[in-house]
Write a protein that binds this ligand. Structure first.
Ligand SMILES: Cc1cc2nc3c(=O)[nH]c(=O)nc-3n(C[C@H](O)[C@H](O)[C@H](O)COP(=O)(O)OP(=O)(O)OC[C@H]3O[C@@H](n4cnc5c(N)ncnc54)[C@H](O)[C@@H]3O)c2cc1C
Length: 383
């Protein structure tokens, strides 16, 4: 609704960027693309640019809040209380699978795991809604047949039946990101450090950051974007999430993701991932007692009472969600060469492969961005 204003660095600080030209900068490293932030967005973009023959420098701190490091990487085509199909899922899924498979081949890793997903109805309204979705042809490729009450695993308290969600998967994001960062570190293209925005200076032909000279700077900072003087007016609304890894020697569940109010993912060695909380009220990325409690209570309400869960790991992070639930991608309206790639929200694993592909086509071939993801939608209307 064109209600947001992106302020330029110049107008915000009142300082003239040309002032930077008076400083002597010893440029030792010339790159076409400087990427800031080495989470899923930054790493995947760096890899795509490299594949396209572009030079890349990737600067990202592994010490700052990093949603990708705590995400379970679940790709679920039907989500939320209303059981709605993920936006653009029909184009996102094939690109996600192809991209993760290509990365697996190139780096000899296994990061993409297709898996059955079973969603349990919590009450009769849920069961009715599920029936309605099943009659909708748009859902034909993602919903499997209903499973009558009591036909699932014995350990699960099933009061209103369940149904299969097809085309689900989870992506081992920590493995993928470690692999990509190592790959870029070998050639000196990845630097594990904090990027200082004040040190980025405009040059006659592009941008200079300390010893790096770049044509383009692409900010993939997740919630770190709030400290970015060029893009901090974009409507990012961080949503905290927490997950647990628990151990339970007595709980046996066939390989699948089981979704009740929360989901439980068995890893097959008596350890289980439970996720995730969602809160817009806590801006800290720290795990909380309340978060752990919420997850444990939720799981206890849908597995039989004899199983004791022991917490092995408790992770928390901030999702880079947006007011209109759409990504924030594009070039700064007045500062040529500064780009943002953000707003992957709660679905980075599904979105990042296709959106990095589209962004590359935009950068290298001039393809227009989908207006739904373009930050142009956030600009104040010019009257
Ligand atoms: C608990 C939880 C569970 C989730 N589960 C799922 C899931 O199951 N499936 C799914 O698809 N998504 C999930 N998500 C969402 C997913 O994590 C995000 O969509 C995705 O990881 C966002 O990636 P990103 O690269 O944009 O941001 P991030 O992963 O946050 O990466 C941004 C990076 O930029 C770096 N950075 C920022 N500022 C600077 C600076 N000044 N200098 C240097 N570095 C900087 C940060 O250190 C960080 O590494 C979950 C998120 C959370 C919190």
């Amino acid at each position: 609704m064109n209600q947001f204003n992106i302020r330029s660095h110049r107008s915000q600080t009142g300082t003239k960027i040309s002032h930077a030209r008076q400083t002597t900068i010893d440029i030792q490293h010339s790159t076409k693309n400087l990427i800031v932030g080495a989470g899923l967005a930054g790493c995947l973009l760096a890899w795509r640019l490299e594949q396209a023959g572009q030079s890349v420098t990737l600067i990202g701190s592994t010490q700052l809040p990093n949603a990708s490091a705590v995400a379970a990487g679940v790709i679920n085509p039907v989500t939320g209380r209303w059981m709605t199909k993920t936006w653009n899922f029909d184009s996102l899924q094939p690109q996600a699978e192809a991209t993760y498979r290509e990365l697996e081949r190139q780096f000899n890793i296994q990061c993409y795991h297709p898996i059955p997903l079973i969603r349990y109805c919590q009450n009769s309204i849920d069961a009715k809604r599920m029936g309605k979705r099943m009659r909708n042809p748009r859902y034909a490729d993602v919903l499997g047949p209903p499973i009558p009450t009591g036909e699932g695993p014995d350990a699960i308290l099933d009061t209103h039946g369940s149904f299969h969600i097809n085309q689900a998967a989870y992506v081992d994001l920590p493995l993928l990101l470690t692999t990509l960062r190592q790959h870029f570190a070998v050639t000196g293209a990845f630097r594990d450090e904090t990027f200082m925005h004040a040190a980025l200076k405009r040059e006659p032909t592009g941008w200079a950051y300390r010893d790096v000279e770049a044509d383009k700077v692409i900010f993939c900072e997740g919630v770190g974007m709030r400290d970015n003087p060029w893009f901090n007016d974009l409507p990012l609304t961080p949503a905290k999430g927490e997950t647990l890894t628990v151990e339970c020697p007595t709980l046996e569940l066939p390989r699948a993701i089981y979704h009740h109010r929360k989901w439980i993912l068995p890893y097959g060695d008596h350890s289980f991932r439970i996720g995730a909380t969602f809160s817009n009220h806590d801006p800290s990325p720290e795990p909380t007692q309340a978060g752990a409690q919420e997850l444990l209570e939720s799981v206890r309400s849908f597995i039989t009472a004899e199983h004791t869960l022991t917490i092995r790991q408790h992770l928390a992070g901030l999702r880079p969600t947006t007011k209109d639930s759409r990504p924030l991608i594009g070039e700064h309206p007045t500062e040529r060469g500064l780009h943002v790639f953000n707003g992957l929200g709660a679905k980075g694993a599904s979105l990042a492969p296709e959106l990095t592909r589209q962004f590359l086509a935009h950068l290298l071939e001039g393809e227009p961005l989908d207006p739904e993801i373009d930050i142009a939608r956030c600009l104040e209307p010019t009257t």
